[in-house]
Design a protein. Structure first.
Length: 220
C-alpha cells in the first residue's frame, strides 16, 4: 500500500520525507490556497522533493480548459499527475490526457457508479472522499469496499483506488484492511499513526529497568 501526503506545505513534506513513508503527494485548489504560494512555484518545489506522483488539480470546468490546464501543469515535472473532477467533462479530459500518456487522478468521487466511470475512462487513480461521506452520515469506507469489489471483477481495469479525505489513523487502517492501493494522508494523521500510549509507557518502563542494571550496550 502506498502513502501519499495530502498537503501543499513544503516544510511538512520535507520533514515527512525523512520518515521514508512518503510515496507521493496530493494537492487540491484549497490546499494550494492554504499554502499562500503561487501554484507553479509550489508544485515545482514539491516535485523536486518527491520522486513519486504529485497530483495537481485543474480548475477549469469546460473540456477545452481542462485539457489546456492539464497539459500545462503536466509540463511542470515528469511526476505530475493531473487531477480532474468527476464530471462529464472531467472524465472526457481524463480519457484524452490518459491517451496522451499523462497520469490522471479523478477526484471528488462519492459513489461506486462514479468510480466505475472513472475506470472506464482509463483513470490512473480514483479518489473516493471517505471523510466527507462520514460527515454527511454515510460510511465512507463502505464506498472503498464497493469500488475494490467492482474493480476486482475486471482485471483489465488498471485504475488504482486512492482513498482520500482521510480524517483519522482509523481511516487509514480501515482502507488498508479493505485493500485500497493508496491512502492520501494529511501530515497530522501520518504523525498520529505512530502513536500508542502503551508504546510510550512500555518504553519508559524498559528504560527504567535497564538503568537499574548499570549496563550500557556499547563497550567502553
Ligand atoms: C484528495 O486528493 C483531497 O485533496 C483531500 O483528501 C480532500 O480531503 P478533505 O475532505 O479533508 O478536504
Amino acid at each position: 500500500m502506498k502513502f501519499f501526503v495530502d498537503t501543499a506545505d513544503v516544510t511538512e513534506i520535507r520533514s515527512l520525507i525523512e520518515t521514508g513513508f512518503v510515496d507521493g503527494v496530493t494537492t487540491n485548489p484549497s490546499l494550494i490556497a492554504k499554502s499562500g504560494r503561487p501554484l507553479q512555484e509550489v508544485l515545482k518545489e514539491i516535485c523536486e522533493l518527491v520522486s513519486g506522483p504529485v497530483s495537481a488539480e485543474v480548475t477549469a470546468t469546460d473540456l477545452e480548459g481542462m485539457l489546456k490546464e492539464g497539459r500545462f501543469l503536466a509540463k511542470i515535472a515528469p511526476n505530475i499527475t493531473i487531477k480532474v473532477p468527476l464530471t462529464p467533462n472531467g472524465l472526457k479530459a481524463c480519457r484524452q490526457l490518459t491517451k496522451e500518456g499523462t497520469s490522471v487522478n479523478v477526484t471528488l468521487c462519492f459513489s461506486a457508479g462514479q468510480a466505475l466511470l472513472a475506470a472506464k475512462a482509463g483513470a490512473t487513480y480514483i479518489s473516493p472522499f471517505i471523510g466527507r461521506l462520514d460527515d454527511i452520515g454515510e460510511t465512507g469506507s463502505d464506498l472503498i469496499h464497493q469500488i475494490i469489489e467492482i474493480y476486482s471483477h475486471y482485471p483489465y481495469f488498471t485504475t488504482q483506488v486512492l482513498a482520500a479525505s482521510i480524517r483519522s489513523p482509523l481511516h487509514v487502517v480501515e482502507v488498508a484492511r479493505i485493500g485500497a492501493h493508496v491512502a492520501t494522508i494529511p501530515p497530522k494523521i501520518l504523525h498520529q499513526l505512530y502513536q500508542h500510549p502503551l508504546t510510550d509507557k512500555g518504553l519508559v518502563d524498559f528504560l527504567a529497568d535497564w538503568e537499574k542494571t548499570g549496563q550500557s550496550i556499547l563497550p567502553g
